[in-house]
Design a binder for this molecule. Sequence first.
Ligand code: GFB
Length: 315
Amino acid sequence: MNKNSKIYIAGHQGLVGSALAKKLSQEGYNNLILKTKKEVDLLDSVAVKKFLETERPEYVFLAAAKVGGIMTNNTYPADFIYENLTIQNNIIHNAYLAKTKKLLFLGSSCIYPKNCPQPIKEEYLLTGGLEPTNKAYAIAKIAGIVECQSYNKQYGTNFISVMPTNLYGPNDNFDLKTSHVLPALIRKFHEAKINNKKEVKAWGTGNPKREFLHVDDLADACVFLMNNYNESNIVNIGTGEDISIKELTETVKKIINFEGKIKWDATKPDGTPRKLLDISRLNNLGWKHKIELEEGIKNTYKWYKRSPKQKVKSP
Ligand code: GFB
């Protein structure tokens, strides 16, 4: 990419897309195309075709997706598979027709088999059964990877796919029913503290382990890969370190300075036991994360306290 390249960020209002827009602007990229859902509905194939045909972006970051935490993935699998397949299908095919120079597709670490060896290497994809709570989402993301690889093979496109670990940061979803664990814990401890509650309920057993990456680091890695990577093989993006949900909960409690108790609600699912990514491919290309977990949680909590979104109530 050069600073005047025409760059389309699909999903620029989401957690990942907003971090990408910020990163690209900070680095001086001055020709970003950003469209709201009202302007271009990515579920509408005719609208997407017309938009890409007219705008002809040179580079596309495909960060638009229906995403959410364990409960919403498990409760609304039809929405997850339909919306993700449709959005990525519309963008990938029409980016090819519009002669996009390069596209970066964002997948997820949940595409890997539930019980695969740790840390997870890219080649473990499609070597075993998936975690049931996010099977529909994972299948859609796997379809996106294979779609990019197939267009590269058949049409000679340069469509790359990256697999981030669990993400967090400013602009995350803090709705308690649909969010991921980190924003949920920030909100729960914050509200318990200001309302003088005695305990906070966390889901599952606390035994699963997760790897967390700040979204500003992810955006940095995506820009790096857009500029430096041109292969069909997928690339994991993470920190290479994980933490149990129990330890994470204690860490958030400490940062927010909540003095009550933590109660574990075992009626809620644990999900996959562990999903630590092997990040040697990315490290060997020359990229490493910068934001450590405690610092990232502190910065996200600061953002949350300032954001009007914290007033949004769960349905
Ligand atoms: O972040 P999370 O919802 O998603 O949950 P996954 C991670 C772990 O945190 C699970 C526990 O073991 C949850 O039971 N947890 C504890 C909580 N308290 C809470 C809470 O208050 N809220 C939430 N949400 N969890 C998602 C997938 O899996 O990860 C997606 O469903 C996607 O497909 C995403 O891949 C990255 O890490 O289990």
